[in-house]
Design a protein around this ligand. Structure first.
Ligand code: ZN
Ligand code: ZN
Length: 411
């Protein structure tokens, strides 16, 4: 038993609460959060001296296997190399205070299990397996003049591949069933053009109505849901009406599509920091000129989308979508959002809403009895300055996952 006493608590239920709390942790679970003195013989007591105690952060859109920003090249990494290069990416996330992440393509069940079994350090990892893309879609990384088979050597099975190409209703059903059999927690589809792929303008719709329906139906049969990459209002409204639960990016959304999302209770997972990072360092790390051009077109719109989604009451989780060398910017998503919707709302999105998206309400993203002890002890007040959470976790003096310190400098 561990008691963290003299803590200021910050989560979706405790906004401006200056009370001092004791948080009682038993094994992997928070047993009690109270302002009364706690007596428990044999318990270890740590006085955190009025520091802020908050839930571990949740990033709902990552690609932990993407150690090379060029995803076509990433898919050709030897398997051992692809997996080993994910190890420091996962450790980096945990150090920045992200105790849960949702992978949007690439990571598999084995990686998730390896973390669960403490073989490697990392956040709780919820995986999609391979993202599903149509021919010429956002998950098809062949260049325009490359007429090779999309999967000549079973390359899409390579561990560095983010996605696989699927065409037709039957193939879609089979692909979803295969990903579920292999241990996916949710299904990812590419429902519009994208930035980092060579032959698909952002305005394109991807997958037919029947293919999307098949994915949604199969995911529901497996008691889970579909997340869809989509940029334009048309692409977004279309798949939300077909039952897709979370919209990834959504940069070009308009009022009408936002209202469709709100009506259907769909979640948005904007990933603003990736456009910012691509803008800053994309050229140096080998992102193509065409991709950088596409990037700039959606970067500024993304900031406006966040405002619109917020105004229209669409539930929003935090996402980042960083690739390769850009992972270090992950926490900047918080400050980009805080500048638009305020620090408390940004933190709520990165905790309570993220837990909703993961179907882990009450278990993750809160400091409350019955939740997993995934928490951060922060120097300073994130509501006054969200930047205490940015960088590489320098101002986070304790990161706990599952009741165990990942690191701490409190004792
Ligand atoms: Zn995407
Ligand atoms: Zn992505």
């Amino acid at each position: 038993m561990l008691i963290l006493k003299n803590a200021r608590v910050l989560d979706a239920e405790h906004e401006r609460d200056d009370g001092r709390y004791s948080v009682v942790i038993d094994g992997d679970t928070i047993r009690e959060v109270t302002r009364e003195p706690v007596e428990a013989s044999g318990a270890q007591v740590i006085d955190v001296g009025g520091k802020t105690l908050m839930p571990g952060l949740i990033d709902c859109h990552v690609h932990v296997i993407a150690s090379v920003a060029h995803l076509g090249n990433n898919s050709r990494l030897p398997n051992t190399f692809a997996v080993l290069r994910a190890v420091p990416i996962l450790a980096g996330m945990l150090n920045r205070g992200f105790t849960s992440v949702r992978d949007a393509g690439g990571a598999d069940y084995a990686l998730s299990r390896a973390i669960e079994e403490d073989v490697i350090a990392g956040p709780r990892l919820f995986v999609a397996g391979k993202a599903l893309s149509q021919t010429g879609g956002h998950g098809d990384f062949r260049e325009r003049f490359d007429n090779s088979d999309p999967d000549p050597c079973g390359c899409s099975r390579n561990l560095g591949a983010i996605g696989r190409v699927v065409d037709g209703v039957d193939a879609m059903r089979k692909a979803v069933r295969e990903e579920m059999r292999a241990g996916a927690h949710h299904i990812k589809i590419m429902a519009s053009g994208g930035v980092a792929s060579p032959t698909d303008p952002i305005g394109n719709l991807q997958f037919s109505v029947d293919e999307v329906k098949a994915a949604v139906e199969e995911a529901a049969s497996h008691q889970t849901y579909v997340m869809a990459h989509a940029y334009t209002p048309k692409a977004i409204a279309r798949v939300v009406k077909l039952g897709v639960r979370t919209i990834e990016h959504g940069n070009l959304i308009d009022e009408e599509a936002a209202d469709v999302m709100a009506e259907h209770g769909a979640f948005a997972v904007p990933t603003l920091v990736v456009y910012d990072a691509m803008n800053r360092v994309g050229a140096q790390i080998g992102i193509s000129a065409l991709s950088l051009e596409k990037n700039e077109a959606v970067r500024v719109q993304g900031l406006k989308a966040l405002e619109l989604l917020h105004e229209r009451g669409v539930k929003m989780g935090l996402g980042t979508d960083l690739l390769g060398e850009m992972h270090e910017y992950q926490s900047d998503e918080l400050s980009i959002r805080a500048d638009i919707v305020g620090s408390f709302e940004a933190i709520r999105q990165a905790t309570a809403v993220g837990a909703d998206i993961l179907n882990m309400q009450g278990k993750l993203g809160v400091i409350a009895a019955g939740a997993y002890a995934d928490l951060l002890v922060v120097d300073g007040d994130p509501l006054k300055d969200i930047r205490v959470l940015t960088g590489q976790g320098e101002r986070i003096s304790g990161v706990m996952k599952n009741g165990a310190w990942v690191r701490e400098k409190l004792l």
